[in-house]
Ligand binder design. Structure first.
Ligand SMILES: CC(C)NC(=O)n1c(-c2ccccc2)cc2c1CN(S(=O)(=O)c1cccs1)CC2
Length: 233
C-alpha cells in the first residue's frame, strides 16, 4: 500500500484545530457537579442546561478558530452554528461519557442523566450513540476534526454559499482520512465508520427537536442562549 503522508499544510491545519479544541473545554467543575451528590430530576435538568449552555459558548469559540470559518459569509456562519450545536453537543457528550473516569463515575453519570426529566424513549438512542462513539477509541485529533466536519456541513438550513462551506469541509475530510489511516492502520474502514457516526448524530438531533417540544409542554426553563440557538420561545 502506498505510504500515507500528511502535507505540511495539513499538519498545520490539524494543529490549529486540535489547539482550539483543547483550549475551549467545558469547565470541569460543571461536569463534576453532576457527579457530586444526589439531586432531584429538576436539579439534574438544571445542571444539564448549565452544561449544554457552556458547551454552546465553548463551541462558538472553537468554531471561530477553524481556519477559513471567519472568511465565510456572516449569515452562513450563524446558519452553520445554529444547525450544528445539537450534533456537536451530542458528540462532545459522547466523548465526555466514554472518557476513562474513576470506576463507578460513568455509572453515576448515566444514572444522573437518566434521572433528569428527559423522556425515556430518547435515552436508548442517546446512550447507544455514546457507546458506539466510545467503541471507536478516537484520538483527540480525530475528535477535534470530526467536530469541525460536523460544524462545516454544507447542507444545513439557510446556508447560501454551499460551495464555500463544502470546500472547507472537504479540506477537513482529507485530513481526517489520512489521520485515520495513520492512527488505525489495521482498520481499513475506520474512516467510513467515523463518518457513519455523523448519520447517527442527525437522527439524535431529530429526537432532540421532539424532546424540546415535550419539555416546553412541562414548562421546563432553558437559558436565553439555548432558547436562541434552539428556537425555543
Ligand atoms: C458535556 C455536555 C455538553 N453534555 C450535556 O450537557 N449533556 C449530557 C452529558 C453527557 C455526558 C456527560 C455529561 C453530560 C447529557 C445530555 C446533555 C444535554 N442535553 S440537552 O442539551 O438536550 C439539555 C439541556 C438542558 C436540558 S436537556 C440532554 C442530555
Amino acid at each position: 500500500r502506498e505510504k500515507v503522508e500528511m502535507t505540511k499544510e495539513q499538519r498545520a491545519l490539524m494543529k490549529a484545530i486540535v489547539d482550539a479544541y483543547n483550549r475551549h473545554q467545558i469547565p470541569q467543575d460543571v461536569a463534576k457537579k453532576l457527579l457530586q451528590e444526589q439531586y432531584s430530576a429538576e436539579e439534574n435538568f438544571l445542571l444539564l442546561t448549565e452544561m449544554a449552555t457552556s458547551q454552546v459558548q465553548v463551541l462558538v469559540e472553537f468554531t471561530k478558530n477553524i481556519p477559513g470559518f471567519l472568511s465565510l459569509d456572516r449569515e452562513d456562519q450563524i446558519a452553520l452554528l445554529k444547525g450544528s450545536t445539537v450534533e456537536a453537543m451530542f458528540l462532545r457528550s459522547a466523548q465526555v461519557f466514554s472518557r476513562k473516569m474513576p470506576n463507578g463515575h460513568t455509572v453515576v453519570l448515566e444514572e444522573r442523566i437518566r434521572k433528569s426529566g428527559i423522556p425515556d424513549e430518547f435515552m436508548t438512542p442517546m446512550f447507544n450513540f455514546y457507546k458506539s462513539i466510545g467503541e471507536l477509541h478516537m484520538v483527540q485529533e480525530e475528535q477535534a476534526i470530526l467536530t469541525a466536519i460536523t460544524i462545516l456541513m454544507p447542507d444545513r438550513p439557510y446556508v447560501k454559499d454551499h460551495q464555500a462551506v463544502e470546500r472547507l469541509q472537504e479540506t477537513m475530510l482529507n485530513v481526517l482520512r489520512k489521520l485515520c489511516v495513520l492512527q488505525h492502520p489495521q482498520e481499513q474502514q475506520y474512516f467510513a465508520r467515523l463518518l457513519g457516526r455523523l448519520t447517527e448524530l442527525r437522527t439524535l438531533s431529530h429526537y432532540h427537536a421532539e424532546m424540546l417540544t415535550s419539555w416546553k409542554m412541562n414548562d421546563h426553563k432553558f437559558t436565553p442562549l439555548l432558547c436562541e440557538i434552539w428556537d425555543v420561545q
